[in-house]
Design a protein around this ligand. Sequence first.
Ligand code: OSB
Ligand code: MG
Length: 377
Amino acid sequence: MPLAQPAASVRLDRLELRVLRIPLIAPFTTSFGTMTDREVIVVRARTDAGDGWGEIVTQSAPVYSSEYTQGAWDVATRWLGPALLHRGELAPEQVAPTLDPFVGHRMAKAGLELAVLDAALRSEGRSFASYLGATAATIPSGVSVGIQSDPAALVETVRGYLDEGYVRIKIKIKPGRDIAETDAVRSAFPEIPLQVDANSAYTLADADTLAQLDRFGLLLIEQPLQEDDIVDHAALAQQLKTPICLDESITSVKAARDALALGATTVINVKAGRVGGYLEALRIADLCESAGIPVWCGGMLETGIGRAANAALAAHPAFTLPGDVSASARFYTEDIVTEPAVLEDGHVRVPTGPGLGVEVDLDALERFTVARETLRR
Ligand code: OSB
Ligand code: MG
């Protein structure tokens, strides 16, 4: 269902942007590289009705998508932030239309929209979950497991997460680190809900290799080919039994509609950052719900701000598969919110307080800040 009730208008007075660098508990390796810390932009919207928080989920390098932190910083401080401040009074639903003249830069737009949403909803005493039409009190939690040194190490890492209670495992794969890895995990844990994520590392010429994954009873394979390989994904789908789930390629509700129409994907990973905001993410979820397409909430190693927002989104009834909304402790020893998401019986609780329902720990925020800028009206 689309939004039941729009949020209040607020007068945007200032936008405070910070780059944070937060150490990861352990290196996180995907087909596109290894991260040892999370470089992320946190946005604080200062309004006449109070503050709101958002997060721009870019990584330091443009390797998952074309966006990256310094680029997002530049576009947010030079173009997007000033355009919002110029409007003065605005409702959160007007953020995306205001930023629409600027092409792309969806993660930057999403983080700004979230800060305005949080400010408006906090002022109304309304939770982000109820605003989105989310109903579940808790959400089943999946975990994304990076590429490890070898299949045996991967099995032990997965075992640790299963012991913690995660209800679904996703393992990252890349060429040469795929079949043996998946075989090892599946042999050790024959019954677990298991999926793989290639982050665009293959081409259609690898179809025979990817078809070897069919015997492992996977829930899905995420983004085997490149972002713009829609027709090739459709061709690959004809050669695989494992359902294809697009991540990188789904940049908007239009992209989702096209990919579904072409048979390029039969499951969709929704990430608010990738699609330009939580409202666009909700439109994609609505589309999938009407089309009977399974949807789940992806992650971008969010801090407690984006993690709270993701939990609310994933609690919407359109979300039928466990998402990558894990406990904060999966990535961080210290988060920037006072009550980071924890795992309880394989689930994460959906915040119920006003706005995102989490409080930012200003001391922690300060300690992780490596750059800052304030934009004024
Ligand atoms: O492809 O889903 C992905 C992290 C960074 C960039 C892309 C992806 C990921 C993850 C981690 O898989 C998801 C998470 O737990 O936040
Ligand atoms: Mg992915």
